[in-house]
Design a protein around this ligand. Structure first.
Ligand code: FAD
Ligand code: SIN
Length: 527
């Protein structure tokens, strides 16, 4: 079966939905998600969205904080654009119905997070993401120009490769015609053709066994673009959030927002000693890479499974009103955060690298855009500043929408695209083969490619991952298509890119720390 639209959008988080709503004023939009519209990383965001709103904050301060966190690897032009575009995009969110907490004076109640020199995080209690996701989902469901396909899994992008041509990476004439997508209710593959395609498929958290990301975060967009010969970069910069709730067996790990540290909560060892000052003068509010490494070190040196985040000295009513979800969640497992310290561990949280895009959100494949966590714009560099990712998602979705709308006026839908080729793929896969490889992949990535790396660990990881890669490719060739097999394949692809890029980086910078090269190298970037 074939379907056509002007704009194809893969992903229903903030990046995908905000792009869709803007494009829908100019043509027919098809938006798809592999589960339901709400199950996204966006839905789980807690702390909020960073933007300069009032003095004493200034654009220059936000720009500087972003550059400092990015550790010399941000694209300054991109940082300036995103910070400057922020207020207009926040207005857009408010127009779509999202609300942010305000003080009795009517001003936004701005929170503080690690690495920010001012209070500048707009938030909705401690569930900002759900507020944004729900309001945008409602707008999309009510938009007559948008067709929403839930339970549709994008398998591969369609390019000249599917017309029988040889497609090579770095060739600037590759074109995207749409995507092959599996209808998960029938297991049949549908050909979705479009004038332009937007990839907004989110992160890769499920590469690791402890992650704050929901199960949808399996790097599908990055792997699809890599297979289609697009360009991927900065994959070595995986952000581990320092404080996820230590609650063995729970997946995803529940996040204890950095905003709680911004509110005054303090990190302590299990014997209640403060330790962050040893590592950074900003203490518990140092940037995430520093805090996550410090916690990792304390846990290893002491042989502890977790450290504490202590909020017991803070006013109970204030805690409850600012962090109602964290309060309830902890209480549900017997922790009253106004009386008990919260056991926390670092967890894989955010991919700073991804599909390389230019300042209009265009990938290196023609008619193909990317935005949100799956993309690499140059904003985050080697380490993302807290609450800059929702901001990046909405700013770049806007830039991409403007560009795609223009492009759609001249592009035609490609004809003669063949249907999906099912040839040779007749055996239903054995689930145990997939689940075992999935577990092994998570072990490899968590043990060898986590917060602290070394050449030995990276080499070992690559050797082990190659075995699983070969097994999975074999299975893929002969098995009937399944979502779990595709996700495993995509994650292995993302893991491979992380390891290779980590091996190439002969230094420690931002989120990438290698004990064999503990210092920063001189950056000598050819521009
Ligand atoms: P997502 O919101 O992850 O959406 C991805 C979409 O792609 C989903 O609809 C998914 O189903 C779909 N998809 C993926 N693969 C396929 C496929 N093959 N076929 C079809 N559909 C597919 N950032 C901040 O700025 N501030 C915060 O306070 C904050 N808190 C966070 C808290 C948590 C617990 C987490 C996990 C993240 C947080 N982040 C925060 C990061 C931020 O939420 C994400 O980076 C951002 O929401 C990503 O949005 P997105 O639109 O790029 O992708
Ligand atoms: C948090 O609330 O700590 C998450 C913020 C982010 O990831 O940007």
């Amino acid at each position: 079966m074939k379907k056509e639209s002007d704009f194809l959008v893969i992903g229903t988080g903030l990046a995908g939905l905000s792009f869709a709503l803007k494009a829908a004023d100019h043509g027919k939009v098809c938006v798809l998600t592999k589960t339901n519209i709400e199950e996204t990383n966006t839905q789980y965001a807690q702390g909020g969205i960073a933007a300069v709103t009032y003095e004493p904050d200034t654009y220059e301060k936000h720009i500087k904080d972003t550059l400092v966190a990015g550790d010399g690897m941000c694209d300054e032009e991109v940082v300036r654009q995103v910070v400057n575009d922020a207020p207009a995009q926040i207005e857009e969110l408010i127009r779509w119905g999202a609300s942010f907490d305000r003080k009795s004076s009517g001003e936004f109640d701005l929170a503080r997070e690690g690495g920010h020199s001012e209070n500048r995080i707009l938030h909705h209690k401690d569930n900002t993401g759900a507020e944004i996701q729900n309001k945008l989902s409602e707008q999309v469901r009510n938009n007559r120009n948008i067709e929403l396909l839930e339970d549709y899994f994008a398998v591969d992008l369609i390019t000249q490769h599917h017309l029988g041509q040889l497609v090579r990476r770095y060739n600037d004439r590759i074109r995207c015609f749409g995507a092959y997508v599996m209808d998960l209710k029938t297991d049949r593959v549908v050909t979705l053709l479009a004038k332009t395609t937007m990839i907004a498929t989110g992160g890769v958290g499920n590469l690791y066994h402890t992650t704050t990301n929901p199960a949808i975060a399996t790097g599908d967009g990055i792997a699809m673009v890599y297979r289609a010969k697009g360009i991927i970069e900065n994959m070595e910069f995986v952000q581990f959030h320092p404080t996820s709730l230590y609650n063995p067996g729970e997946r995803p790990s529940f996040l204890i927002s950095e905003a709680l540290r911004g509110f005054g909560a303090i990190l302590k060892t299990r014997d209640r000693q403060e330790f962050m000052e040893k590592y950074d003068k900003r203490g518990s509010l140092a940037p995430r890479d520093i805090v996550a490494r410090a916690i990792d070190n304390e846990m290893k040196v002491r042989g502890d499974d977790y450290v504490y985040l202590d909020a017991t000295h803070l006013d109970e009513d204030n805690l409850k009103s600012h962090f109602p979800n964290i309060f309830e969640k902890c209480l549900s497992i017997g922790i009253d955060i106004s009386r008990d310290p919260i056991p926390v561990v670092p967890a894989a949280h955010y991919m700073c690298g991804g599909i390389k895009v230019d300042t209009r959100g265009r990938t290196w494949i023609n008619h193909l855009y990317a935005a949100g966590e799956t993309s690499c714009t140059g904003l985050h560099g080697a380490n993302r500043l807290a609450s800059n990712s929702l901001l990046e998602a909405i700013v770049y979705a806007d830039r991409a929408a403007n560009s795609a709308i223009e492009e759609s006026k001249t592009v035609r839908i490609q004809e003669n695209i063949p249907d999906w080729n099912y040839e040779g793929t007749t055996h239903p896969e054995e689930m145990i083969l997939i689940t075992q490889d999935f577990k092994e992949m998570q072990q490899i990535m968590s043990n060898y490619v986590g917060i602290v790396r070394s050449d030995l660990r990276l080499n070992r990881a690559l050797n082990r991952l190659e075995i699983i890669y070969r097994e999975t490719e074999e299975l893929y060739k002969k098995s009937t298509l399944s979502k779990s097999l595709c996700e495993l394949r995509n994650l292995i692809n993302a893991g491979y890119l992380i390891i290779k890029m980590a091996q190439d980086r002969k230094e420690s910078r931002g989120l990438h720390y290698n004990t064999d090269y503990p210092h920063k190298a001189n950056l000598n970037i050819l521009s």
